[in-house]
Design a protein around this ligand. Structure first.
Ligand code: HPA
Length: 272
């Protein structure tokens, strides 16, 4: 039973953390991983050591939970998330989020790199996710419902916490960050979208396209966890500019705005 595995994982982590109570789960997307280095009194737990935890076989992949204090709050950060495009099932992608819930964490902060669909914005913009569109058929909650975590059918009308979003906006205002707000649309990847898919995304009401975050947000809604998501627009999505997309641009832009992205996440944690 998956719930038994989840409980095993949670109890292992709980022992490592001496039974201390944590509040925030932080999923660090591309380029944000080193925010984990700022966590004070860190306890690092290798994914390999956690019973039943998915483990990446990709060389150089960082797979670590880093627990400790950030801005005076108790956080557990995932350094390295599980992407659907890597071949993980949706259940595996959201496995850590479910473990966090069992550990008693009730606030989830998701970050990612995304392609910018909104033509008014520029690469380097940060976008607060206010809603999402899932275009792929798979859903982490397909299959037998785990009743202990949440109901079979569940509401998604506030997948991204209204209260949490207000805090991110307040944090951006404090820091003087020109925060955008919009809809994130998930494609499976690993290919970037075609120009036609990007036009489709825009017509559908999306401002950003990406390959993560949505499964985790769905699992969070199922379990009644408060969730927020912030995207770093690392590039204009395919077809908007007369140029090809490449991963280097994603990394370069990520690097360029890393500082303000990190401050935004930290200030949000401080005030939420
Ligand atoms: N598409 C999907 N995912 C992404 C992109 C993109 O253009 N940029 C960074 N992640």
């Amino acid at each position: 039973m998956i719930i038994d595995n989840l409980k095993d994982s949670a109890s292992y982590i709980n022992k490592k953390l001496n039974g201390e109570k944590y509040e925030y789960a932080l999923v660090l997307g591309s380029g944000l991983g080193d925010l984990a280095d700022e966590i004070e009194n860190p306890v690092a737990i290798d994914y390999h050591a956690i019973p039943h935890f998915p483990v990446s076989t990709v060389p150089g992949h960082k797979g670590m939970l880093v627990a400790g204090t950030l801005e005076g709050k108790k956080v557990i950060a995932m350094q390295g998330r599980f992407h659907f495009y890597e071949g993980w099932s949706m259940d595996e992608v959201v496995y850590p989020i479910r473990v966090f819930k069992l550990l008693g964490l009730d606030k989830l902060i998701l970050t990612n790199a995304a392609g910018c669909v909104n033509k008014e914005w520029k690469p380097g913009s940060l976008m607060l996710i206010n809603d999402h569109i899932k275009i792929i058929a798979e859903c982490p909650n397909r299959g037998a419902n785990i009743d202990e975590l949440g109901p079979r059918f569940f509401d998604m009308s506030e997948a991204y916490s209204k209260e949490g979003r207000a805090k991110v906006k307040q944090a951006a205002a404090t820091l003087g960050i020109d925060l955008k707000e919009g809809v994130y649309m998930m494609f499976s990847g690993p290919n970037f979208e075609t120009p036609a898919e990007v036009r489709f995304a825009r017509i559908a009401g999306a401002d950003a396209v990406g390959m993560s975050t949505v499964p985790e947000a769905i699992a969070a809604s199922h379990m009644g966890m408060k969730c927020i998501g912030i995207s770093c627009m690392t590039n204009m999505a395919a077809g908007i500019l007369d140029q090809k997309l490449n991963h280097e641009e994603v990394l370069e832009t990520g690097e360029r705005v890393k500082k303000s992205f990190q401050s935004l996440v930290k200030e949000t944690i401080r005030i939420w």
